[in-house]
Design a protein around this ligand. Structure first.
Ligand code: GAP
Length: 511
């Protein structure tokens, strides 16, 4: 784990106006964060990239914006009231609470890391590797593999049977200790529902209890027929939505990775029953392509098939990203069958079927869902972009090498000095560019210091106006990544910047 880099990244997010702790003046609220001036722009750009690739570039996908509050029966029908819970366990000595499944998964990950280390060590000693060494390495690797397989099988069975006593037994048998107290003094495992509830209106009896949505997907399901009919949509078609979701997470940590209030970008793709395998594969590949179009090292992403399927799925996988604290879920792709629509039909008593003119029959469509956390995507991008660099002249810089199209500010405009008409030219350039991109003006300190400030927030271009500009109508444009400076005519600025920061270039690779 690259703890130092992660700590530095978290501080950077605060120092440079990306993310603040919510209600910081009251010492903050656990696992709730506010997006600051630069963070908001970056978040908007990520959302726009997702929305345009989904809605604008797919003729058969439309977007909606459903309310956060929904009729409480929605959550009964969706299974969240009964099944949206995590198994929790407390350590009696430290009084710390953990997700039992996470404790076991982390234990398995540690054994897997040992396997990787053995293999790496063997590869390094390849030339002097004798048979005796080979046998002992092989024996250790096989033993570790046996252990992980045994734990995974037991764990999967326990979860499927909802056997919480067995989950606790696995924790005991694996000798998992509390990271705080170091003890194995555990309580029993209990299920904990993650939905926040509140009261609607002024009457506080049970019938007025409503939930803050734990996923945006249900707003799409309950509107399925409205959208299909009013949009004259033909299967296969999708409905996309971005918006807030709320979960009372047991263990909320790792900054914005796991929050209690977060934003999702979800798309439900409605298909003919029986075609789910093919569409599941399609969306798996399509979503990976979307991620890869951003130019982040492909080795930082991988698929991970779910061992335990959610209550609604017949197949599911995650796209995992290598965060500074390891590979973790960034996006989920789920084959949700007809579970949601069928249940909504049953609970509401309203038909939620599609008449397929080609088959001349009505059916409840199956659904493939793609679901990504906007905040997690933000963290993935920031972790990949954050670099502490040593330069050739011995100096250092911190740079955010964000994809230029997503950078909060596209260009910074600097007059070399605050006089001789240079600020006026800078202002004129700002006024030209600001209608297309977010641009910023800076006249304080040396140009070197101004470059550093822009590097730290990921601005792809800095434009400096100097005394020569008065005669030649040219400025110096400096590239964030190469740090190369070029003299260009003012009237070329627009096309140069547009070429580099246009979202179109990424969108073309994304679908
Ligand atoms: N509709 C399906 C669904 O909600 P999920 O795997 O529970 O599936 C989808 O969530 C995505 O939402 C995750 O891959 C993750 O990116 C994001 N997410 C889930 N819980 C989150 C949390 N507590 N904080 C931040 N993002 C979260």
């Amino acid at each position: 784990m690259n703890e130092d880099v992660f700590k530095n990244l978290v501080s950077h997010c605060k120092e440079y106006g990306f993310i603040f702790q919510s209600s910081e003046i009251y010492d903050g609220l656990s696992a709730v964060y506010d997006y600051a001036q630069n963070g908001t722009l970056l978040k908007n750009n990520i959302r726009q990239y997702w929305w345009q690739s989904m809605v604008q570039l797919h003729e058969n996908i439309v977007g909606i914006d459903a309310a956060i509050f929904m009729h409480p029966t929605t959550w009964k029908a969706s299974g969240h009231v009964d099944a949206f819970s995590d198994p929790l366990i407390d350590n009696k000595d430290s009084k710390k609470r953990y997700r039992a499944d996470v404790l076991i998964e982390e234990h398995v990950a540690k054994i897997e890391a040992k396997i990787e280390k053995e293999v790496e060590k063997a590869a390094k000693r390849f030339e002097n590797f004798d048979e005796k060494m080979f046998r002992s390495t092989n024996a250790r690797v096989l033993e570790y593999q046996k252990q992980t397989e045994a734990i995974n099988t037991r764990f999967k069975t326990a979860l499927n049977d909802n056997n919480l006593a067995e989950v606790k037994q696995i924790i005991i048998d694996c000798e998992i200790t509390c990271p705080i107290s170091g003890s194995r003094n555990w309580t029993d495992v209990r299920q904990f529902n993650l939905m926040f509830d509140t009261k609607l209106g002024s009457v506080s009896d049970d019938s007025s209890t409503i939930y803050l949505r734990p996923e945006t997907a249900q707003g799409i399901f309950v509107n399925f027929l409205n959208v299909q009919k009013t949009g004259r949509m033909k299967i296969p078609f999708g409905i996309a939505q971005t918006g807030k979701a709320f979960r009372n997470e047991i263990v909320a940590r790792q900054f914005i990775f796991r929050m209690r209030e977060f934003e999702q970008m979800e798309m439900q793709f409605f298909i003919r029953p029986g075609t789910q395998k093919q569409w599941y594969e399609h969306w798996k590949q399509a979503r990976m392509k979307w991620h890869n179009a951003l130019g982040i090292d492909e080795k930082k992403k991988r698929f991970h098939d779910h061992i335990k399927l959610a209550h609604y799925a017949d197949a599911a996988c995650d796209i995992e990203f290598e965060f500074p604290f390891g590979f973790k879920e960034l996006e989920g792709i789920h084959s949700r069958t007809d579970f949601d629509l069928r249940n909504h039909e049953q609970y509401s008593g309203k038909k939620l079927q599609y008449f397929d003119p080609e088959l001349n029959q009505s059916y409840i469509p199956y659904v493939i869902e793609t679901s990504i956390g906007l905040d997690r995507m933000f963290l993935a991008l920031m972790s990949a972009a954050y670099k502490e660099e040593k330069l050739e002249d011995g100096s250092e810089r911190t740079v955010l090498a964000l994809p230029p199209a997503l950078a909060p500010i596209k260009a910074a405009v600097f007059p070399l000095v605050k006089k001789d008409g240079l600020p006026e030219i800078a202002e004129k350039i700002m006024n030209e560019l600001k209608f297309e991109y977010h641009v910023t003006y800076d006249e304080k300190d040396t140009v070197g210091k101004r470059y550093r400030r822009q590097d730290a927030i990921g601005t792809p271009y800095c434009i400096t106006i100097d005394h020569d500009t008065l005669n030649d109508q040219c400025v110096t444009i400096r590239d964030r990544d190469t740090m190369k400076q070029e003299r260009v005519a003012i009237d070329k600025l627009h096309s140069i910047i547009t070429e580099k920061v246009s979202l179109k270039n990424i969108l073309k690779k994304a679908i």
